[in-house]
Design a protein around this ligand. Structure first.
Ligand code: ZN
Length: 376
């Protein structure tokens, strides 16, 4: 499916859902579909599939560097355009994927959405062939990813709340399947978090062997599955001076361990007034920082330097509330307001006198700020 985009783009192609008869709607969501090509190329009569990513501009810095999934002008099947439940639909030729004859429609359709997401996450996880991989969340993407990983000779561990999903994971060849509060039997080389639950990220990090990688697949791939979003004291990207600060911190930690930055990093979490009233909080935060693997801390600094989610913010179409502490030094109000500006309809609440972590420093005010919005 790669390598045929770009200059060779032609007009939309008309597709007929001739293959739909064999598919059950409850098995095949609207955005993954095998269809019959009625006119144009690849070749009339070819059986092709259309994926979630329906088109991109082909010219921007993302499209021309193999990262078209980040294109600002991208469109989506079943979201910006009619999808697989339609009797006919149009798709640019470069995004009509010819289905090899060895796949039947029901086998091919899931590969076009869940399969693509899972495969990309698997590639990004950098799990080596024959390595150990943990999957957090075990839905449609993960169950395909598991089969590819097994084909690569990997040992796979599945973490999921659902007992039926744990059984399916074992049936498909997982070495172990457990709940979210069970420890993995051994450390893994890579972990993929499919579940849209931020709380799983630290759990996944804990499961890693040194130098391991966690890939977050869900939130940006499926913004439509979020019904409401509360963002607190966050940044979609850091300005140059912020990036420089992360570079300096990573350097210091490389030379002198977490101890060299623990005090200053701990102080940046709270407002000066709160710290004056609760000096013991510095020790508490320092201990949290000192428990972090320096390599993981350096890797996190690198990610924070490089991350730029600003071009993707406009994709968030869900009601969004941004809450920020007035004296947040880590992600100041200006960075939070940048998110508000780019997300249509987003609201902003600033907590007077508060630092970077409102849930720790002003828990009551924080709950009051988000209460109406989330329906507490
Ligand atoms: Zn583009």
């Amino acid at each position: 499916m790669e390598g045929q985009r770009g200059s060779d783009r032609r007009d939309d192609q008309l597709l007929e859902a001739a293959a739909l008869g064999g598919l059950r709607e409850d098995l095949v969501p609207a955005r993954e579909q095998a269809l019959q090509l009625l006119a144009g190329r690849p070749v009339r009569g070819d059986r092709v599939g259309i994926a979630w990513l329906r088109s991109t501009c082909g010219a921007c810095s993302f499209c021309t560097t193999g990262r078209e999934n980040l294109c600002e002008a991208s469109t989506y099947t079943g979201w910006t355009h009619d999808g697989g439940y339609a009797t006919h639909c149009c798709v640019p030729e470069a995004f009509a994927h010819v289905i090899p004859p060895e796949f039947d429609d029901t086998e091919a359709a899931p590969l076009l959405c869940a399969g693509i997401i899972g495969y990309r996450a698997l590639r990004r996880s950098q799990v080596p062939r024959g390595g150990r991989l943990a999957l957090f969340g075990f839905g449609s993407s993960a169950h395909i990813t598991l089969q590819v990983a097994r084909h690569w000779g990997c040992t796979v561990y599945a973490v999921t709340r659902d007992a039926a999903h744990r059984r399916l994971a074992l049936d498909l060849g997982a070495r172990w399947a457990g709940g979210t509060h069970e420890a993995l039997p051994e450390r893994v080389d890579a972990a993929i978090v499919f579940a849209p639950a931020g709380g799983l990220v630290p759990v996944a990090l804990q499961s890693l062997q040194k130098g391991g990688t966690v890939a977050l697949a869900f939130a940006l791939a499926h913004p439509e599955r979020i019904s409401k979003l509360v963002v607190s004291d966050a940044a979609a990207a850091f300005p140059p001076e912020g990036r420089q600060a992360f570079a300096v911190m990573a350097e210091k930690v490389a030379e002198g361990g977490l101890g060299s930055i623990a005090e200053i990093a701990a102080k940046r979490v709270f407002s000066p007034a709160y710290l004056a009233a609760h000096p013991e909080k510095i020790e508490e935060r320092k201990n949290v920082l000192l428990a972090i693997d320096p390599k993981a801390f350096q890797a996190a600094c690198k990610i924070l330097q490089e991350t730029d989610l600003v071009p993707q913010l406009h994709r968030l179409k869900v009601p969004t509330l941004v809450v920020c502490g007035e004296f947040d030094q880590a992600t100041p109000p200006a960075l939070n307001k940048q998110i508000v500006e780019k997300v249509a309809g987003a609201r902003y609440i600033e907590l007077p006198g508060c630092g970077h972590c409102p849930p720790l420093e002003q828990p009551k005010q924080f709950l009051a700020a988000i209460g109406d919005f989330v329906g507490l």
